[in-house]
Structures are given as C-alpha cells and as structure tokens.
Design a protein around this ligand. Sequence first.
Ligand code: CA
Ligand code: CA
Ligand code: CA
Ligand code: CA
Length: 400
Amino acid sequence: MSGEDDKEVMRGQMRLYEKEAKGTRCSEHFEETSGRSLVLMPEEPFGTSEDPVQLFEAQLEEGSVGVVVNLTVDDRDDPATGGWRAVYSIVSGDPRQSFSISTNPDNNEGMLAVVKPLDYEASAFHSLLVWVQNEEPLQGGGPPSGPSSTATVQVALLDVNEGPRFSPDPLVVSRMEDLPVGSLVASLTATDPDLLQRQSIRYAVLRDPAGWLAVHPVRGTVNTTTALDRESPHVRNNQYTAVFIATDNGSPPATGTGSLVVHLGDVNDQAPSVFPATVRACEAAREVGLVEGRDRDLDPNAGPFRIELGAAAGLQDTWEVSRVNATHSQILMLQPLKSANYRVPLLITDSGDPPLSSSTELRVQVCVCRKSRMICSSAPSLRARLLLLAAATLLSWTGL
Ligand SMILES: [Ca+2]
Ligand SMILES: [Ca+2]
Ligand SMILES: [Ca+2]
Ligand SMILES: [Ca+2]
C-alpha cells in the first residue's frame, strides 16, 4: 500500500485507498469496465476526513449481468483468520436488489455484481453506498461492529438497442370463419423501449402456418388474404395462432416477436357424411346395421342428423332407415334379399341454419349365413335399380 498512485481517502482504524483496477468480463454483452479498488487498512486511529467516502465508477451495458467492479482490501492481519476477512454489504442505492456484493475467498476482494438486468431507459445511473468491515472485531477494544469503512460506487449504464415489444402478447381476437377475404382481423401494437432514440418500427409475418394473413408494415393491421377455416388442421381448439415480428431502425436493427390468436367462430360450411361405408347382413336379417352421421362443424352445425333413403323410386319397398339417436340410425331390410352386394342411396342432413346435406351410397353386403360363418359375395355392388329387379325376381320365385 505504498505505491505512489495510492491515495489516502479516509482516516480511522481502517483507511480507504484507491488504485486502478480492471473489471471482469462476464458476458458477451459485457465489456471490460474500468473501476477502482477499495483498499481497507486496519488499526489506524480514526481522524477527521475531508472526504470520508471514496468514489468508484463502473460502466456496463443495460441488460447485462455479472461483476461490475472488484473492491480490494489490504489488511495486515493473518489471511487465515476471520480478522483478515472482509465482509461487504450494500447500504443504499439498490432498492430493487439489482446488485449483490460478495467476498472473493481467494483474495478478499469484494465483487460487486449486477444480478438483475438494469434498464437504461428507467435509470441510466446508479449510485451505491458500499460498506466493508472485518469479519471479526478488532482485538483489544475495537467498536462492536469491528473496523469498517464505506465507499460510493457509481454505475453508469450504456444504452443498448432493444427490440420492439408487442402489447398485449398474445393478442387474442374472435372472428367468424367466413370472414370475407381482405377483412381486418386485428391491429398489432409494438413499441420500442429505446424511447430516447425515437425509433420507427416495421411489422412482418413471421409464422402463418395456413398462409391466411398479411400485416401492414407500418400500421400493423392484420388482414385476411384468403378464407379462414375453423376446420383447418392448423386450428387447435378453435384457435389459430400466427406470429409476427417487429423490427426497429436501430444500428444494428433489433427485433421482437408477438403472437396473434384468432378464436374462430363456427359457420355451417361442412356437409355431414355417413359412416361406415359398408355394412354386412345375412339374407333373412331385418336389421342390417347401424350407420352414424359425422360432421366436422360444431353443434348445432353438426348433429342431430336426419338420415333418410335417397330419392330413387321404390327403395322404400326394400329398405328403411330408423332413427336410433341424434347421430345414429339403423338400416332395416324389409324383405329377404339374395346374397349379393347392394348399394343403398342415403341422404344425410345436419342441423345447421341453413342445413347442409350430402348424398352417399351405403354398400350393403347380403351374405349367406351358416352357423358362425358368413359367405359374402365379392361381386360388384348392385345399384338401386338392379336391386329392385332382384327383389321382384325373388318375390316371383318365392311365389309371394
Ligand atoms: Ca435501450
Ligand atoms: Ca430499439
Ligand atoms: Ca365450420
Ligand atoms: Ca355441418
């Protein structure tokens, strides 16, 4: 502690000196900072000081964390004892606990670190009062708290270009799926944290899985470029999510992303259909099989369904559709049919307003049944008109 650069700054049982020291590189955003070491000299008489608190300075970029400055103690006690070990604490200037200070056990230095990222726009400057004392009080009647001293550490933040931030994020809106192409879906709002730089922002689509949306680069308005579809595989739980990016004009530019969640209301745009496509029955069976109505819309644009025979003439003489519940109907065979494959036209209608219908042909395999075996024809299906002929023929054969 006899170097010419060292300067006595406080008198007392301990003295504070300053000397040049270098900060620590601690993150890719954090550049080496220059600071000054705090030097503690014990066992000197207290005296009046004109400058009782020494000033230390450090600079770092906003948003970074890590050690800002090292405060060095020079103590004449045995380094292995508690009397040598310095204990640091932050007395004031850190209301949000953004800093911490700890003792390096190897060299007794106090390491002042930023533990919560600091915001230049909120406060570009922080002034901390740091207190240092020995771990054990001095032997022979020192003050109860042991020798101590204080220093001020001034931390200046450097402005960093931060990316725009979307608010709210996510933005949630509700729209009907039949929204006309070109309609306004939402207005995005991103603001740039670098208030003092007055930066401008441009919007772009980052992820639009179905390719439905476009965003105005300046205004942030989102419009449809094609029809929306609640039944799209890109929609989960009636929600479609797109991600947008906002880029500022800083150098280099910084970006931020935000999500838009579109809750899609259902429109009856899906016709129902009948499952299964094929049923199998014995020649003399009455109940041929259950069929089920399905619809990709939500109720009431789906069930209950009305399932009925198609419009072919004479079908009612051989077939009947009997409603079981809101979704299922039983196909009935009104008279025995010869083993063959038949096609029965069905019409299914949903409960939408207006309702949608679809026509389908149910394939009915009429098989010869012997004990537990069903022997079914592999021949092509007979269409309705042929079916009528077959029925008439069967009737004439049986003399009914
Ligand atoms: Ca900034
Ligand atoms: Ca910015
Ligand atoms: Ca729909
Ligand atoms: Ca429907």
